[in-house]
Design a protein around this ligand. Structure first.
Ligand code: SF4
Length: 463
């Protein structure tokens, strides 16, 4: 019988890391670890890191400093605490982490965390471990399945990784180096995972991958699939009311996926489609392999399939060589598409990427001035998008209690947080909500059918 211990997993960066963090905790459960929200109670602290920007790495090192203090205080009381660094920074820096932060006990790359129980056992014996090889075995096969109660506690919306890695090699991006070549999970395994989640009460599944619409996992007959076909299968899983996917590349918006948007009511009308820049010159320097016109054509095809689609995107301003004219092309693209929101970043060089060595780096002051202009435009569009729902009815998946007594918080089809007064029994149901007020980050509403009206999707459906 394993000794009962506690693990705290802190996620940095993207949703893939949130998913991986859950799977790390699941994998450690058979070794006697239960999850804790409080790092000070933990016997093992895992920092699941991001390496997409310089600041992300700095944050991790300062977090290691804070945990080291806790580790020393625990040691003074005779309690041993292990510190693990996992994820993309671990993959990229490996041994360097041990050199910079000697308090760390193990460094585990993004493809190796299924081996955590064995690594922890070795670290218990005092070994310092760095495991960042890309293994031959499929980590998803080796991961423990979470208990139904664990799934339930995590809520009615879940992420499922369907592919990892990327073959696109955008010149600013570390993903092809930290996550490796693109691989897709077999469709049957994804369907089984989603069925398990649905049986435990999950109603919304977001399929995630660094380049999710490049998905090409094998089906039961050994044929290569597509994201569109996978979504069709998942839409048939009993209990699943909503499907989403992120993050996509414009070149992989194929006919199957576009048809899925036209045909599947469960596929939410909200697409995150990074473009990074509106200038063809900059797109070429980024090695995005598409032009502004290609991007706009992909948006037009999607809108033709489903007219109520809303789009968000990612932008990098101040990429090396970006001129004021290039930047204006980005602003006009944003206006032309009419994005409902976007993540915006000033370019920061990532060591080891081709763009880091390019001439004509844009000055920090120009980057920050352009970033502010872009953010002002996107904020205006985002607020306008939210305001357009005033007085309208939106279907809301109610997810959890709100801050006020009697209040629930849910999500609209467009991922807007919606607060509504409603009984707790409605958690896990999709209900029509009349939007009465628009906040900065939240919509406020009232149940369209306050008493006894049937929800669009019933809660429960337990098996
Ligand atoms: S497509 Fe996305 S993940 Fe792949 S290299 Fe480009 S930015 Fe990175």
């Amino acid at each position: 019988m394993s000794k009962a211990r506690k693990v705290h997993v802190k996620s940095f960066g993207c949703q893939m890391n949130v998913y991986d963090s859950h799977r790390m905790a699941d994998t450690l459960a058979p070794a006697g670890f239960t999850e804790t929200e409080r790092p000070e109670d933990a016997d093992l602290v895992i920092l699941n890191t991001c390496h997409i920007r310089e600041k992300a790495a700095d944050k991790v090192y300062s977090e290691i400093g804070r945990i080291r203090v806790m580790k020393e205080e625990a040691a003074a009381q005779g309690r041993r605490v292990l510190i693990a660094v996992a994820g993309c920074l671990a993959q990229a820096e490996g041994q360097e982490i041990m050199r910079r932060a000697g308090t760390v006990d193990l460094v585990v790359g993004s493809q190796n965390y299924h081996r955590l129980p064995e690594m922890v056992a070795r670290a218990d014996d005092g070994e310092k471990i760095v495991d960042t090889e890309f293994p031959v075995e499929d980590k998803f096969d080796a991961l423990a399945v979470p208990a139904r109660e664990t799934i339930r506690q995590r809520g009615v919306a879940a992420f499922v990784t369907v592919q990892e890695g990327c073959d696109k090699f955008c010149t600013f991006c570390v993903v092809p180096y930290t996550r490796g070549a693109e691989i897709s999970r077999p469709a049957e395994k994804i369907v089984a995972e989603v069925e398990r989640l649905a049986a435990a009460g999950v109603r919304e599944v977001t399929l995630i991958g660094q380049n999710v619409n490049a998905y090409h996992g094998l089906d039961a007959n050994g044929a290569s699939g597509s994201l569109g076909r996978l979504l069709r299968r998942l839409a048939d899983v009993p209990g699943i009311a909503r499907l989403r996917y992120t993050t996509s590349h414009p070149n992989d918006m194929d006919d199957d996926l576009i048809a899925a948007h036209a045909d599947l009511p469960a596929l939410m009308p909200y697409v995150h489609l990074p473009v990074q820049s509106g200038s063809d010159r900059v797109l070429a320097a980024m090695n995005r392999k598409h032009t502004r016109a290609d991007y706009l054509a992909a948006i037009a095809r999607l809108r033709a399939a489903r007219s109520d689609l809303a789009f968000t995107s990612d932008f990098i301003v101040g990429f090396p060589g970006e001129t004021e004219d290039d930047f204006r092309d980005t602003l006009t693209l944003v206006e032309e598409v009419g994005f409902a929101g976007a993540y915006t970043f000033a370019y920061s060089p990532r060591p080891g990427t081709p763009a880091a060595g390019l001439d004509k780096q844009v000055s920090d002051s120009e980057k920050s001035e352009r970033l502010q202009r872009l953010q002002a435009l996107i904020t205006r569009l985002w607020h306008g998008f939210n305001a357009s729902f005033a007085g309208k009815t939106l279907d809301v998946l109610l997810e959890k209690p709100g801050k006020l007594p009697g209040q629930l918080v849910g999500k609209s089809p467009y991922l807007q947080a919606v607060q509504v007064m409603a009984p707790r029994s409605l958690i896990g149901t999709v209900v029509p909500v009349v939007i009465t007020d628009i906040g900065t980050n939240t919509l406020f509403g009232a149940l369209a059918h306050p008493a006894g009206a049937p929800a669009l999707v019933a809660a429960g459906a337990e098996t």
